[in-house]
Write a protein that binds this ligand. Structure first.
Ligand SMILES: [Zn+2]
Length: 128
């Protein structure tokens, strides 16, 4: 028998579901984990995976994929997850406006702009 490769969703669940007992490989409140059995789980939907616009998404997970796998596994309605992306295409974390490299780039640019304006205003003063 070949072991089925664990999906991203199952890895995510095992790492993040507070009710999942790794030792017994089951749910703390039931005989088995519903999601592992291919059923929808209210707790998982509400508090672990959360709604598509969940505020507490964890960094490092592809939520679009997680939702798709959850829907495939349990028959739940497919949900579209909007991934906020930086102008360069890097997925953004909660509250980020630009990815790290772009925000550094922009800070540099803003700085240069400030210096240019500063020089400009100096030269204006000189000609007065
Ligand atoms: Zn970027």
């Amino acid at each position: 028998m070949t072991r089925k490769k664990e999906t991203k969703l199952i890895g995510f669940l095992k790492d993040n579901c507070a009710n999942y007992d790794r030792h017994y490989q089951s749910c703390l409140f039931a005989d088995s984990c519903k999601v592992l059995d291919g059923q929808r789980c209210g707790y998982f939907e509400k508090c672990v995976l959360g709604p598509p616009d969940y505020k507490y998404k964890l960094p490092g997970y592809d939520y679009a994929k997680l939702f798709a796998q959850y829907a495939d596994l349990t028959g739940a309605k497919k949900q579209k997850v909007k991934v906020r992306r930086c102008e360069c295409g890097t997925p953004l974390r909660f509250r980020q406006r630009y990815c790290e490299s772009c925000s550094k780039q922009r800070a540099k640019q803003a700085n240069r702009e400030r210096q240019r304006k500063h020089r400009l205003s100096n030269s204006v003063n000189v000609t007065l």
